[in-house]
Design a protein around this ligand. Sequence first.
Ligand SMILES: O=C(O)CCC(=O)C(=O)O
Length: 263
Amino acid sequence: MRVSETVIEEFQRDGVAVLRGVFADWVRVLAEGLARNQREPSPTARYHTGDGKAAFFNDYCNWDRIPEYRSFIYESPAGEIAAELMHSNAARFFHEHVVLKEAGSAVPTPWHQDQPYYCVQGEQTCSFWIPLDPVAREIAVEYVAGSHQWGKRFEPMYFSGKPVNDTESWDALPDIDASRADFNIVGWAVEPGDAIAFDFRTVHGAPVNASTARRAAIAFRFVGDDARFADRDGKSSPPFPHLNLNDGDALDVPDFPLVWPQS
Ligand SMILES: O=C(O)CCC(=O)C(=O)O
């Protein structure tokens, strides 16, 4: 086993768990990949600035052209660890997403669930939020422990405030900031080498980066045995417009490579 039973139980119970030092051997590689990604952003990259000047840089689905990301996906223990956490025999890579808040970025990450954004249905899901800078608790991503079990699907919204998908019916997200004490909100100060593993259904959000240092992270996302294509009428984020899959199909296409067990 790569991770302890205690951590697996925590992930299953809370929909989130911190894994200390688990990717320490990969920090340099991922930092090089991120630098390449910043030099060569994809056409879908976004620099959200809100009211301020310092950006919240977002980019995704670049793993196939960034060799450092490819190495991480195929050669690191991430797939195996994801399978253990998800109680899955296999792990399939879904996509990676850079979430980099420059020092002083005034853009918060609103509370949300990831799964409604995605063309994925199923309960065996796992993102690793991997910091490439030290992150203090005050500016860390926060998670509502247990929210993966609420049985709710909250409306996915772009940063512009526009809905990602207005053709499905969604549940209304509670106003978490108005009554934080009513929720079991967890978060951790983390260092490069650590990872926060969370279920695609877990509600999470992050404050502005009020610090004087960059807060860079890459989220690598995996799915397990029960994951199937969710047809969202092309209205998903990331969009994957070229996929020719039907609702309920296995995600057995080159966009989503099987990374564990290794062949
Ligand atoms: O880093 C952030 O502020 C948000 C990350 C996030 O929403 C995610 O990885 O799904």
